[in-house]
Structures are given as C-alpha cells and as structure tokens.
Write a protein that binds this ligand. Structure first.
Ligand SMILES: *[C@@H]1O[C@H](CO)[C@@H](O)[C@H](O)[C@H]1NC(C)=O
Ligand SMILES: *[C@@H]1O[C@H](CO)[C@@H](O)[C@H](O)[C@H]1NC(C)=O
Ligand SMILES: *[C@@H]1O[C@H](CO)[C@@H](O)[C@H](O)[C@H]1NC(C)=O
Length: 526
C-alpha cells in the first residue's frame, strides 16, 4: 500500500477521534446589563397538598382522579413535589442558582376553594405570603402567574372558559391576589398558554377538563380569556399600581413554524398558522385590539358555508376592542421548538380550529428529539420567532417566560445543558443581530414535576425529584450548575459541552495510541 495513502488514513483516524465535531460554537456577547434570569414552576405541577388546609377541587384534580388512564403513568399531582410543605427548600435551590426572579402560579382553589368570593381561605393566602416573603428575604423577586390551568371545578360546572361569565369570577380572583400580594409582587402574568387551555381543554379534549368542542367551545374560551385578561389589566393599573412599579403581561406559547415545502400553498399555510395560533391572542392585546382579519374572514366564511347562522368565532364589540387593545406591559413567550407546516385543502365537513387554519403539521425527522415527542431541538427557531414577533407586533419588551428540555431524569443531563446553551446563544443573536428587546429568560423548570398528561414520564427539571421517596428529595442536575454559571458569568461558554464519552476521545489516551500504532503497523504490511 502506498505510504502516502497510509499516512492519510492515519491522519483521518486521528481527525475523527480527536475532533470537536460534536460541539457547536456559541455567541460570545454578554447578556445586556438589565437582562434578568429566572426559573419557573406552576402550582398544580409542584405543590401537592391537593386537599389540605381547605383547598378546593380544580379541573386537574378532577381529571387525574376521574381518568387515570388518560395520564401516561396513571399518576396524579396529589403530592407532586410536595412544594406546599417544602417551599423553603425550593427557595434555597433558587437562591443557589443566583437568579433574579422566581415565576410561580397561585392555585385559585387554594385561595377561593369554591371558586367564588363566598369562601376566602386564609390558609391559602398565608401559604403564598410565606413563599413571597421567603423569596424576598433571599433576594429573589416573585413573579406571579395568576392562572396556570387549574380552574375551580365549580366554575367548570358553569361550562368553564367557554362561558364568558367567567370574566367576573377571574377578575374577582385576580383582585384578591393584587390586594394581598401586590405590595411585594411587581410582575404579573394573567394567563399561561391560553392556546393550550382552550385548544386542548375545550377543543380536542386531550387535557383537563377534557371537552371536545373544537371550532366552537375553544374559540369561546379564547374570547373569555382575552376579556378576562383585559379587565384584570385595567383593574391593576386603575386601583393597585399606585407606585407605578408594577407590570402586567400575558404569556403565550408559540413554535417556530417552517414551511413543509417551498410551495406557495405551504408558505401561505405558515402565515395562517401564525395568525390562528399566536395572532388570535397577540393581535387583540399587542396589535389592533381585534382578532386577525384572516382568522375572522376564514372562520366567518367557513361557518356560513357549513350552515351555521353566524361565525363560530365570537365577535368583539367596538368597546371590547378598545378595552383589550394595548393591555400588556410586556410580551410573555413560552418557547420550546419548531414544527413543519403544510397546507391542508379546506375541508368543510370538519368543524375544528385546525381545519379552519387549513394546516397539517409534522416534525422534521432530522431534528433531535427530547423525551416529549413534540419537543425537537431547533435552536435557530427561537431567534426567528422573536424577530417575527417584533416585526408583527412592534418593539415590546419580551420576557421568555418558559424554555426548557425534557428527558427521563438523568443527573448528567448534557442534552439539557446544550439545549440551554444553544437556545440562549440564539437569543443573544436576536438581541444583538436583530435588535429584539428580549429583557428576561426563564428556565422551565426549577424541578422535575407533573407534566400534565405525561405524568412523571418526561422530566423538565434542572433539579431532580425522587418521586418514590415520601420526602421528595431534590438533587441538582449538571444543568443547574451550568445555568447558575451562565447567570453569574452573564455570558455563555465558547462552545457547547461534550458528554464524557465523547470528551475522552478528544485526548487520545494511552490505549488509543496503542491502537493507532498497531493500525499503522498493520497497514504497513498490506
Ligand atoms: C435596558 O438597558 C438599555 C441600555 O441601558 C436600555 O436602552 C433599555 O431601554 C433597557 N430596557 C429595559 C426594558 O429597561
Ligand atoms: C370570504 O368570503 C368573501 C366573499 O365570498 C371573499 O371575498 C373572501 O375572499 C373570503 N375570505 C376568506 C379568507 O376566505
Ligand atoms: C463561567 O466562567 C468561568 C470562569 O471564567 C468558566 O470556567 C465557566 O466555564 C463559565 N461557565 C459557563 C457556563 O459559561
């Protein structure tokens, strides 16, 4: 064999084993001086104590108790992380991260067990006062999500969110929160992920409360939630924000939507899905005050062709449009992944949100997957989505209110670490290249917790929780360590990290050298 070829074979082998082929370069800019970091949770997913100290039943209590087969591991959040009893330990974990704030939600039925004002549960108010005071004593700002999916079952008996009478009840609950916590809490999120609340809870019925009324009930839910949000916003600014330090925002989930092909039809489908999934909330609050024109026209036309008397999409009055427009001090964005979108020819036989949108969706098989089937790792998606939001709704301050990765609970969670690093790098690009005003970043989640219908199967925590141990001990994962370094460094490392299996190959060990020498000898005999 030719000596030159042998030489190249050896070089190639050394290159393959010695290269940094598995790392990615990261953005080297620093996070801006007033950029803040936090971690997030939600009451039902972590608190447990589902019926303790006077707490009433929520739609998730009912759903998990009544339909265990609809939860992947037939679990409930009756105990979950037991944060109701372990909040002081949680605060110490948050403090150790060095983050600026903790985003948590308040359980409606812990404060108003019947959902109504007739029964105000002082023990519930006390719990959140204790948590807030503990956070402040440890230098952490409390950020409250008023509604994170756990509607009182009593209000579900009225029909839940599709019944716009809930506006009054929601605002009563928000008022109790502003009155009791407003002296110390300056950042409020009225709703978390309204699209999921409406589309899954009242549309396809896959999540609590499990009603199937797509294309009708889910749109009525959207309508009630937008009006509830606007009323809470006005109430806060008119009656509570006396020191003008407080801010109220709204948190939507959004994917990066990518055309399935370069066809004009698929590109139009991407524009439609953006309006039907995000614009349906964002346009009323951050845009014109009303639903996007294409959503109004499409649902209106399809409804009439299907034989309905009027549009299945509720219509806002002129007064309501004026009341909703501009009711947010920041844009809350939960961002996880990207999805491919294709055109779906108008099918009038189906009444649903997705058939109105006229879309099909799927995931590119080349995108690496997290434990959650819908969560693919596509870091550039967050930069593109941020720019699209700025280009569409203007230069609002944006808080990433959730971003995170699911696995099966491993402590050496290299994939989660690299997810955070690459997504944060993409956020830096949005800030420095596209001039998007991203002002905060919240990691989901502080703890492994009850992931709705996926139970405890997929784990999002930067701290592990042992759900088999009655004490629910917490253990920091590698991601907690790296996240706290990012927060204190205020910049990323130069590259993603490598799991030890790969890292060891970088420095050819003695054994590796012996193998290489043997190989050279072998080749020289050919
Ligand atoms: C953050 O700081 C920069 C520079 O000091 C300033 O221009 C920007 O308005 C600030 N953003 C917010 C949301 O306070
Ligand atoms: C709705 O119907 C009107 C009248 O037929 C038509 O002009 C318009 O293009 C339709 N709009 C949509 C979005 O389908
Ligand atoms: C933070 O900075 C320290 C000291 O420069 C460095 O060793 C560490 O790798 C950095 N961590 C991250 C996650 O950037």
């Amino acid at each position: 064999m030719n000596a030159i070829i042998k030489y190249f074979v050896v070089i190639a082998i050394v290159f393959v084993y010695g290269s940094d082929a598995t790392t990615t370069l990261l953005n080297t800019n620093s996070f801006p001086p007033n950029f803040t970091f936090g971690v997030a949770t939600a009451a039902y997913q972590i608190e447990g104590a589902w019926d303790e100290d006077g707490k009433g039943e929520s739609i998730w209590d009912r759903f998990t108790h009544e339909y265990p087969h609809r939860i992947s591991d037939a679990s409930t959040a009756d105990i979950a992380c037991n944060s109701y009893h372990k909040y002081k330990e949680d605060v110490q974990l948050i403090k150790a991260l060095g983050v600026d704030y903790y985003r948590f939600s308040i359980s409606w039925t812990r404060i108003l067990p019947t959902g109504y004002l007739n029964n105000i549960n002082e023990a519930g108010i006390q719990y959140y006062n204790n948590l807030i005071n503990e956070l402040i004593a440890n230098g952490i700002d409390p950020v409250i999500t008023i509604y994170h999916w756990d509607l009182p079952q009593t209000l579900q008996e009225l029909g839940g969110w599709p019944n716009s009478e809930l506006v009054t009840h929601y605002v009563n609950f928000a008022k109790i929160a502003f009155e009791n916590f407003g002296d110390r809490v300056k950042t409020w999120i009225t709703f978390n992920e309204p699209k999921q609340i409406c589309k899954l809870g009242y549309g396809d019925g896959s999540l609590a409360p499990g009603y199937k009324s797509s294309g009708i009930g889910d749109y009525r839910c959207v309508y009630t939630i937008l009006k509830s949000h606007a009323e809470a916003y006005h109430l806060y600014h008119n009656q509570f924000n006396t020191d003008k330090q407080g801010k109220v925002g709204f948190t939507m989930d959004n994917f990066w939507y990518e055309p399935g092909s370069t066809s004009r039809a698929d590109e139009a489908a991407v524009e439609r899905v953006f309006e039907f999934y995000l614009g349906i909330f964002a346009n009323p609050i951050y845009g014109t005050g009303d639903f996007p024109q294409i959503v109004k026209d499409t649902v209106g036309n399809r409804s009439l062709l299907q034989g309905f008397e009027t549009s299945r999409l509720p219509t806002f009055t002129t007064e309501e449009v004026a009341r909703i427009k501009g009711t947010a001090d920041f844009f809350g964005l939960n961002f996880y992944t990207a999805v491919k979108i294709g055109n779906n020819e108008a099918d009038l036989s189906t009444v649903s949100w997705d058939s109105d949108a006229g879309i099909l969706y799927w995931w590119d098989p080349s995108w690496p997957s997290a434990a959650s089937y819908w969560l693919k790792v596509v870091p550039y998606g967050i930069r593109k989505a941020l720019k699209k939001i700025k280009d569409t709704y203007g230069d609002h301050p944006i808080i990433i209110t959730e971003n995170g990765y699911s696995d099966h609970g491993e402590l050496d969670d290299y994939d989660r670490v690299n997810y955070y690093l690459t997504y944060l790098s993409s956020i830096l690009e949005a800030i420095y290249e596209d001039d998007v005003k991203v002002v905060g970043y919240t990691a989901w989640s502080l703890l492994d917790n009850f992931e709705w219908v996926h139970g405890y199967v997929s784990r999002f925590g930067i701290h592990a929780v042992d759900f088999n141990d009655p004490n629910r001990p917490r253990t920091p994962k590698l991601s907690a360590k790296i996240f706290s370094e990012i927060v204190s460094n205020r910049t990323l490392r130069s590259t993603t990290v490598q799991a030890p299996d790969y890292a060891n190959m970088n420095a050819p060990s003695g054994i590796m050298l012996v193998v290489l020498i043997a190989l050279v000898n072998l080749l020289s005999r050919i």
